[in-house]
Design a protein. Structure first.
Length: 59
């Protein structure tokens, strides 16, 4: 069926809650949403792990 895919769907923004409404409904006991690490941080962590492995292999 043409025209029924997600990319062509009509979104009813009137029924979409705002971010402040979503936050108001969330439980204060729920853990906060943590930001994702940046690509640079991921690369740094991977390089550091590789360096540690190489250093341990030499011991």
């Amino acid at each position: 069926m043409a025209g029924t895919g997600l990319g062509t769907a009509h979104w009813d923004t009137a029924s979409t809650p705002t971010l402040s409404e979503i936050r108001a409904r969330s439980s204060s006991s729920a853990p906060p949403i943590r930001p994702r690490p940046s690509a640079a941080q991921i690369q740094f962590d991977q390089a550091l792990a590789q360096l540690r492995e190489e250093m341990e292999a030499k011991l």
